[in-house]
Design a protein around this ligand. Sequence first.
Ligand code: PMP
Length: 285
Amino acid sequence: YDDRDGFIWMDGELVPWREANVHILTHAMHYASSVFEGERAYNGKIFKSVEHSERLKRSANMIDFEIPYTVEQIEAAKYEVMKANNLSDAYVRPVAWRGAGQDMGVASARNPVRLAIAVWEWGAYYGDAKMKGAKLDISKWKRPSPETVPSHAKAAGLYMICTMSKHAAEAKGCSDAMMFDYRGYVAEATGANIFFVKDGEVHTPLPDCFLNGITRQTVIGMLQDRGVTVHERHIEPGELEGFEQCWLTGTAAEVTPVGQIGTYSFEVGALTREMAEAYEKLVRE
Ligand code: PMP
């Protein structure tokens, strides 16, 4: 991803892609003082753009720093960098972090806070699983308690267990992993929220120790508009066997059907297909 033409927005200006570098003593590199967003633009318009910028600012506050740009400035920067790279359908990746500076220890209050925004083309996150249903491994890692980490921050440090889970899943031929939480309830995948269908009703884990995804909230609204009952609640592992359908939601994943989690199988049923199609339509409206 580093050796290509194009521009990346960094601290207020457009920098040639290959020159968008940071110093090795960047605080974020050593202590994970970094937050980011994942957004998608469709036909030149970023879906829920302001919500993502607001979440970026909130994530930074949750890990104790302030991004020195307003939501309006971040909005303008995202569109500026899309234009500079001549992209209208794109993945948008803002990242904010504590940089290099006077401090090089756990504390870094005097180091500058930096912001960069990159955009690139990115197709279906789970490839052809989009049609057939993704195969998920069950991770050995558990989502930690909100007393241990700021669970609702989209913070780089919280992705360490996601990367380990996803690598283990891929080594077993799966596209992703489902994680349980610290209490043993079903939580989410490594970059997406999870939904289940049973007897015409939808069940999805209560996001009390992981990201309440923007796509998750959008899909819940779409289901409610259709008169489908949605239960947001704690889901026990023993319930997996009884669910008929399953899908993942996320900016990158969009709505992706799940065919298998560990030894449990799900059908790519009518409601799953309807939500995947309806979401695809909504993001381009
Ligand atoms: N959980 C995790 C761990 C994620 O990385 C993401 C992607 N941001 C989500 C859930 C879904 O969030 P959203 O729908 O806002 O993209």
